[in-house]
Design a binder for this molecule. Sequence first.
Ligand SMILES: [Zn+2]
Length: 204
Amino acid sequence: MSTEEAAGGRGPAEGEHAGIPDWLAATLNYCSRCGAPLRFGPIEGEERERLACEACGYIAYVNPRMVVTTLPVTDRGEVVLLRRGFEPGYGLWAQPGGFLEIDETVNEGAIRETLEEIGLVVEPGEIVGLYSRIEAAVVVLAFESRIVGGEPRTTPEALEVRAFRPEAIPWREIAFRTTTWALHDWIRMRHPELHPDEGHLAEA
Ligand SMILES: [Zn+2]
């Protein structure tokens, strides 16, 4: 995992709800316990300003959500990506994955999302990386995974499913920085001879 890159997603921290992305702050107007307005400010006993309810004292902690993804690798050493059929990133390439549900482990979530999106049954293996996208309020976990069943298929979420040789990854059509980071880190792990940091992969 590349920590300097993972830290690169930090956006502006100033604003009415410092640290909370505006799109997320816009969903946090009222107390989910009593319905009174939430106020952003200092809270006794807390080290940073937070959203809290003056009526009932409820503190609305805002934390990133976990996105679990896999890099399914074929017997031939190709990585399977999908062309996204929905926003954000419509029409661009990404690995299968999605939000972890509250009642599943990261392995279960990664297996479920991969099956739902591209029809492959995978066995998550090594963690390729863990990446923060602060502006999206997510932490993205990427497993390398072995394909143990299923058949690749398109779905409403995946317009196209294709296995790419490491040398043939479509770098210019990747949906998210986290996908690029995960693919770079996977290549560093498995194909250091390709030198993903030297930029020539981006020209492929
Ligand atoms: Zn309240």
